[in-house]
Ligand binder design. Structure first.
Ligand code: ADP
Length: 188
């Protein structure tokens, strides 16, 4: 199974990514998690990425693309993978197409979680507290929503036009959302 999981910040993507990946026995590859681990480890990649992340901006495509290309080339991703938080720009879609071609594999589906926009900022501020992401201020959170609308929302149409989109209602408790995702994927 090769999947992309999309959804605005606050849609509970990370949680669902882990549930879906465990179900299919594939790695959940979260670009946000990889960046955060690099920031924590003060690696050159982390040092480069941090200033963008702190501002709620996207890390430059070249940096992100190279990281994903390496990651999906690893042994554990051979049987399949779930991408969480990638691609987020049209340039990343193009680059991912090339990577998949190079590895001679295809995507099965693009799952898009839909949420009530009004509830998002509240959920995010809550998460910032729970996870101790103190850098997640309201201003940065709002900037992330804007960046998502501008740069990432258009990708949904791209995958829809390819007939690969599975839209799932992302509101509600974790189990209900997971159930909706699996019932959609089961019908593929
Ligand atoms: P969120 O869902 O709140 O945006 P993530 O954990 O997915 O958080 O990502 C955190 C940050 O990492 C993003 O705000 C961005 O700076 C960077 N990042 C993650 N994925 C990408 C990507 N595909 N392209 C560019 N930057 C990314």
């Amino acid at each position: 199974m090769r999947l992309i999981l999309m959804g605005p910040p606050g849609a509970g993507k990370g949680t669902q990514a882990k549930v879906i990946a465990a179900h299919y026995g594939i790695p959940a590859i979260s670009t946000g998690d990889i960046f955060r681990a690099n920031v924590a480890g003060k690696t050159p990649l982390g040092i480069e990425a941090q200033r963008y992340m702190d501002a709620g901006e996207y890390v430059p495509d070249e940096v992100t693309n190279a990281m994903v290309r390496d990651r999906i080339g690893l042994e554990d991703a051979k049987p399949g993978f779930l991408l969480d938080g990638y691609p987020r720009t049209l340039a990343q879609v193009k680059e991912l197409d090339t990577m998949l071609d190079d590895y001679a594999v295809e995507l099965d589906s693009v799952v898009s979680l839909t949420v009530d926009r009004d509830e998002l900022v509240g959920l995010l501020l809550q998460r910032a507290q729970v996870e101790g992401r103190a850098d997640d201020t309201e201003e940065v959170i709002r900037r992330r929503q804007e960046v998502y609308e501008e740069q990432t929302a258009p990708l949904i149409k791209v995958y829809d036009d390819r007939g690969m989109l599975l839209e799932v209602d992302g509101m509600g408790d974790v189990e209900s959302v997971s159930r909706r995702i699996f019932s959609g994927l089961d019908q593929l």
